[in-house]
Design a protein around this ligand. Sequence first.
Ligand SMILES: [Zn+2]
Length: 124
Amino acid sequence: MSFCPECSAEYTSDVLICADCQVELEPERLPEDTVEYIDWEVIQEIPNEFVGNLIKGVLEGEGIDAVVHPHEISALGGIRLESEWGELLVQSDQVQDAKSIIEDHLASLPDDALENSDADPEAT
Ligand SMILES: [Zn+2]
């Protein structure tokens, strides 16, 4: 199956152009919950949600898609280790770019920004 990036109409794989939009079809998009980590690589462990979203925002500002992936809470019996809140993933072909952007960005953060064990990620 292929689908149209404009109108999301589905076509059989032998159709190349959307009849409605005249745009090139793309391969079928996988369902949201199975697509995620196939071509994605973990590039950064993140200590809390705030830092994860911060780095994600920086990467997206540079045109790199990033995913913040919290570790499964259940695996830890409901206890979330603060030093291992989750991880940040980018697509495989953007790993190098993302890493250098993060390095540049982290260099500009205060030293304790990534090791603030007093931070409560649930606090709003
Ligand atoms: Zn279309």
